[in-house]
Design a protein around this ligand. Structure first.
Ligand code: ACO
Length: 445
């Protein structure tokens, strides 16, 4: 930043030349400053030199919810929210859903390129052979109440994994980072399935290495007395596509949580547990649960008009609609919509809730309240219906999101560690409380 009236502000300041700069006039002092623009961005620290006098701390930027703050540089995922575009490492999500597999997408996200055949086989082999968890994890899971929310169980058990792999804290070692990624991606379905079986009081099912990633997960969820579980290939495929769709979504709440916690250089299991915690909330990964509850509450297509009126009055939200970034149809919602009927066919189920969802979407998209605010269905609007048809209880929906998002979190975490500008995340605040207050002894209050 250049203080035009006083020359360069200090040694840290950069010279803003040419047209890629912003000229700011501080009306408090009448001084002008040139601030460099790079990649359509100004650096918040460049404002610190703008002061009324030497005592002044300097100007800060205020951005609740980080709506307009880039917190990092990233080459993992590209989103154009206005156009409804989502790409991983430059490849459109539609192509990945049509031609790839979840494990290949996980590799792509983490290592930045599509694997060769050998790399892919090795990756799948490693993940398949790290699905088992230490027996003590089972004891740990047994300690939860019978009605414990599976997401709470997943959160605790992912964090607990760090105590089973203390060597993972050597985060500067490439091999440790790799094996932690493999372990996390491999064990997440096992932990999720154990949490689900615990809630039903059913014995845990150990991983079956003959099955695919999603086939094995279905087996761990649903296998009963049969000697070998044979997953329906249509469900295996639909789940794989759902996993691709949920793998990463750049700097959302949970990815930001992973980066913030990871910036203290903690081990990856702990950083990923922070991601699980972020995903737990109803405005993020918990939204598909909220959608199902909402559809159940609406109960019939006859009640949609009244329900939408309540939303417009501000009494409630239309869950599964709206997105911080997408101001157009979420491309993931479009792909999921195609698979709902397929899954219903495979499971031989009828879904009265699907009729309500379809009518609700139609009416909302015909309504100026929603279109003028650019509120369109997001990924969660239809995903819950698929999970419900598969027999997954509503409480476990968010867990279904956490499993595939683990690869995105690991990609974000690994990228962060290579960032030359990495600093511990430590935001500023505008202090609004009292100052210089004297302590009052308890008997005088
Ligand atoms: N229903 C009704 N009105 C809504 C909705 C909604 N779902 N979403 C936003 N609005 C309205 C707001 O009331 C606001 O209206 P106003 O300008 O009259 O005050 C306007 O649209 C802008 O909304 P914001 O809350 O400022 O948007 P923001 O970007 O902060 O929120 C969010 C995004 C949290 C996703 C929001 O749209 C929402 O709550 N949606 C429902 C929950 C949901 O589906 N979450 C899943 C997101 S996808 C994911 O996490 C995987």
């Amino acid at each position: 930043m250049t203080d035009k009236s006083q020359g360069m502000e200090d040694g840290r300041a950069s010279t803003a030349t040419g047209t890629e700069s912003l000229t700011v006039t501080d009306n408090r002092t009448g001084k002008n400053y040139d601030i460099e623009i790079n990649d359509g961005t100004v650096r918040a620290m460049d404002f610190r030199g703008i002061k009324v006098d030497e005592e002044d701390f300097g100007l800060m930027t205020y951005d609740p919810g980080y709506s307009n703050t880039a917190s990092c540089r990233s080459a993992v995922t590209y989103i154009d929210g206005e156009k409804g575009i989502l790409e991983h490492r430059g490849i459109p999500i539609e192509q990945l859903c049509e031609q790839s597999t979840y494990l290949e997408v996980a590799y792509l996200l983490i290592y930045g390129h599509l694997p060769t055949e050998d790399e892919y086989n090795q990756w799948v082999y490693e993940i398949t052979h790290h699905t088992y968890v230490h027996e003590n994890i089972k004891n740990f899971m047994n300690g939860f109440r019978h009605d414990a929310n599976p997401m709470g169980m997943l959160l605790a058990s992912v964090g607990a994994l760090s105590t089973f792999y203390p060597e993972a804290s050597d985060i500067r070692d490439e091999q440790q980072r790799h094996i932690s990624a493999v372990r996390l991606i491999a064990k997440m379905p096992t932990l999720a399935a154990f949490a689900y079986r615990h809630s039903l009081g059913l014995p845990y099912v150990y991983p079956d290495n003959d099955l695919s990633y999603t086939g094995n997960f279905l087996s761990m969820l649903f296998k009963m007395a049969e000697p070998k579980y044979e997953p329906d290939p249509r469900l295996e495929k639909a789940l794989d596509i759902l996993f691709i769709l949920h793998a990463d979504h750049e700097q959302n709440c949970s990815a930001a949580a992973v980066r913030v916690v990871g910036s203290s250089l903690t081990d990856p299991f702990t950083a990923i547990a922070a991601g699980v915690a972020g995903l737990y909330g109803p405005l993020h990964g918990g939204a598909n649960v909220a959608v199902l509850r909402m559809l159940n509450r609406i109960g019939s297509t006859d009640n949609i008009v009244d329900f939408l009126e309540g939303v417009k009055q501000g009494d409630e939200r239309l869950m599964g609609f709206g997105h911080r970034v997408y101001k157009n149809y979420d491309p993931r919602a479009r792909i999921i919509r195609h698979h709902v009927d397929e899954v219903l066919e495979a499971t031989n189920k009828e879904s009265p809730l699907l009729d309500i969802a379809v009518e609700l979407e139609k009416r909302a998209l015909d309504d100026d309240y929603f279109t003028s605010r650019k509120l369109y269905p997001n990924v969660d609007f239809y995903s819950g219906l698929i999970y419900e048809a598969m027999g997954i209880p509503t409480d476990a929906f968010t867990v279904m999101f956490a499993i595939p998002r683990t690869s995105g979190w690991m990609a974000q975490w690994m990228e962060m560690l290579h960032d030359e500008e990495l600093k511990i995340a430590r935001p500023r605040q505008i202090y609004t409380g009292p100052r210089d207050v004297d302590y009052v002894p308890i008997d005088e209050r």
